[in-house]
Design a protein around this ligand. Structure first.
Ligand SMILES: [Zn+2]
Length: 294
């Protein structure tokens, strides 16, 4: 089903839901490297992909979000960057078959560039290049640079993926509601600023994931749509609502039915593809599928 030409799709595509939530359900411990499960617990990673495929997802995201040099160094696994990204893609590819696309996940480094930190642009470009190349070698159809909050880091990742691979590049930012109204990332980037800068850097698809539930995400999609040419696809992957504390645990409260009821308004506001982030499960994706593919 390769390659993933999101420009040319004739109906909205359904992306999958959270990976971390399901890894924790299967025993991932706090402080454990989620991406190492691609090597040590491949059956569990495959099983999660299979749940999302059976729920109706058209696109499966790899378990490679934190498989960059900086996060892997933290676990003493930096020398396994290529191996883990290739393994992550291979596992998703095995489940996807010819029915689903595989989207390689690239998350933030967790480090800071000058002048906020010690890292250089060259070092960031290098780790994103290595990750994108390994995801492509493993068989990804496209790559998503997601949960980004720093525009400079996001731009470097887009440029690295475009230069190192022929893959479609999705750029996805995480926004928070602002006290005075409107939305901005943790680093103060607005949806409009992100959309224009990511497009100029070479992103094919502009997206927002995490941070917000579907109600706020609707407003962000409207802002992104207004800042972009009409032919640029937008992907929205909200959390299952805004987190609340229940019995000392963080819970994402929106049910599959509640979230699914808001999908039509996200599409009407200009999203061409939808999926889920934190707190979304195969049951949420199955409810979205009923709306998107009746
Ligand atoms: Zn999330």
């Amino acid at each position: 089903m390769t390659p993933l030409h999101l420009h040319a799709i004739s109906r909205p595509l359904l992306f999958d839901g959270a990976m971390g939530t399901l890894l924790h359900e299967r025993g991932l411990q706090p402080g454990e490297c989620p991406e190492l499960w691609c090597a040590n617990r491949p059956d569990d990673v495959r099983a999660i992909h299979r749940l999302y495929k059976e729920a109706g997802a058209d696109v499966l995201e790899t378990n490679s979000f934190g498989a960059n040099r900086y996060k892997l160094e933290h676990y003493g696994l930096a020398d396994r960057l290529e191996e883990l990204n290739r393994a992550a893609t291979r596992l998703a590819r095995e489940v996807a078959g010819d029915d689903c696309h595989v989207l390689g996940s690239i998350g933030p480094t967790g480090a800071f560039m000058e002048p906020y930190g010690d890292e250089t642009e060259e070092a960031f470009f290098d780790t994103f290049t290595r990750q994108a190349r390994a995801l492509h070698e493993g068989g990804a159809d496209a790559v998503i640079i997601e949960t980004m909050t720093c525009i400079e880091e996001c731009i470097l990742a887009i440029r690295a993926a475009r230069a190192a691979t022929p893959m479609t590049v999705v750029a996805s930012f995480t926004f928070d509601p602002q006290a005075g109204g409107g939305y901005a990332s943790m680093m103060g980037v607005t949806p409009e600023h992100f959309a224009r800068a990511a497009l100029e850097a070479g992103a094919h698809v502009i997206a927002s994931n995490c941070g917000l539930g579907p109600d706020h995400m609707l407003n962000v999609v409207t802002l992104l749509r207004g800042a972009l040419p009409p032919d640029v696809p937008i992907l929205a992957m909200p959390n299952a609502g805004m987190p609340v504390m229940r019995d000392g645990h963080t819970v994402f409260p929106e049910t599959p039915a509640e979230m699914a009821a808001k999908i039509p308004s996200l599409l009407a506001a200009g999203a061409r593809c939808v999926g889920g982030c934190c707190g979304t499960t195969p049951a949420h994706i199955a409810a979205f599928a009923k709306i998107l593919k009746p």
